[in-house]
Design a binder for this molecule. Structure first.
Ligand code: ZN
Length: 383
């Protein structure tokens, strides 16, 4: 195995190829709803990894992008997991409308930060390491195809944990923070749909016969919002509402979609009970409300072993002159939740640095692609 500094030279010599791969991954529509697009990314990644000597297979799903799993190394060796996702939140046509662009060291394009940059880092770090004879751990790569929709239409969550179980460490190449922070804790996410049925009537001729679903929902929205508990770390957001059809009819139907973020399972259980109670309550007589859980994604729990792993990683980063980092907790979910659920010490947000995920303003720092590939190689060589 060459020494780590020699490995860094490989990055400097291959900057153009790395950017080309990044561009290839960005310039295609692969929103979570576009299975063909996501599976196309999976095929490109598979080709790349097979050339490096990996064995690659997919967990296939009918209604979601397939999950790629790749493995390299002696089965008797302990293994590490490198992970991320291949889907984005952007609809079809986005890749053509605003393709991969570099200007003044800032890179833009759909998913450039979340997380095509991270996938590129992962691919080149393992390529350079294996070319240099890396054999410290068996490497397993898990890349989901439907992370942005919390694996709602597939069995990827369960499949993920089956694949990850037993790993000694996990590294998620998710979106990096501009201040260089490393994420070791994330909130869980749940989404609910409240649907209210009332009684429709003409607003001019017989309003007294109507029972307004919108009025009922308006009361309930205030009740739902009031379940936020900052101290507990549980927040509730009524994100989308709709109801009624025309202004001159008492609305028969209304609904709201609610997003819940929680730090602990206990917080989630409290919300579940409160929401069912709110659904049962009636402000406008003869209306009925039904509350459905649409998706639930577990929290990335803070493990003591993750804190220790971070400290060791920081010492290595410092030794090679990488910028200082701190370990943080954030509200957004990621598949790292599945790693910590298996008790695997995990560092998340090791991807390219940037801002404004899930928006048109999303951008990534070009230089961080190279820096963080070097960092990942240093960590895998010494941890
Ligand atoms: Zn992401």
């Amino acid at each position: 195995m060459e020494d780590v500094v020699q490995l860094f030279d490989k990055v400097d010599q291959n900057r153009e190829a790395m950017v080309d791969t990044w561009k290839l991954l960005v310039d295609r529509d692969c929103g979570s709803g576009n299975k063909a697009g996501v599976d196309g990314v999976g095929r490109d990644v598979k080709d790349f990894l097979e050339k490096c000597g990996f064995k690659v297979w997919f967990h296939e799903y009918e209604k979601a992008g397939n999950m790629l799993v790749a493995e390299y190394g002696d089965a008797s060796k302990p293994f590490i997991v490198l992970t991320g996702h291949m889907d984005t939140v952007f609809g079809d046509g986005t890749a053509a409308a605003r393709p991969f662009t570099i200007k003044d060291g800032k890179v833009t394009g759909p998913g450039v930060l979340d997380m095509k940059g991270g996938v590129t880092i992962l691919l080149y770090a393992v390529r350079f390491l294996l070319e240099a004879g890396y054999n410290r751990y068996r490497i397993k790569i898990i890349l989901a195809g439907d992370e942005e929709v919390a694996h709602g239409n597939s069995t990827a969550s369960a499949d993920y944990e089956k694949e990850a179980k037993g790993a000694v460490m996990g590294f998620n190449l998710e979106t990096g923070c501009v201040d260089n922070s490393v994420v070791i804790e994330r909130k869980g996410v749940a989404q609910y749909l409240f649907e209210v049925d009332g009684v429709g009537a003409h607003a001019g001729n017989n309003p007294e016969d109507g029972r307004s679903a919108v009025e009922e929902l308006a009361h309930k929205i205030l009740d739902i919002q009031a379940e936020t508990d900052w101290q507990e770390g549980t927040t509730v957001n009524c994100g989308v509402i709709a109801g009624g059809t025309v202004a001159n009819a008492v609305p028969e139907h209304a609904w709201v979609k609610v997003d819940v973020r929680f730090k602990t399972t206990a917080g989630m259980e409290r919300i579940e009970k409160a929401f069912q109670k709110i659904a049962k309550k009636q402000y406008v007589e003869s209306t009925t409300t039904c509350c459905k859980k649409l998706v639930v994604f577990p929290p990335m729990e803070r493990l003591e072993s993750s804190e220790k792993l971070f400290e060791r990683a920081e010492a290595i980063a410092e030794k090679y002159g990488f910028p200082k980092a701190k370990a943080i907790a954030v509200g957004g979910g990621s598949d790292s939740a599945h790693l910590t659920a298996c008790g695997i010490p995990t560092l998340c947000a090791l991807g390219v640095r940037g801002q404004f995920n899930h928006t048109e303003r999303e951008w990534a720092e070009e230089e961080s692609l190279f820096e963080r590939t070097k960092l990942l190689m240093a960590l895998l060589s010494e941890l």
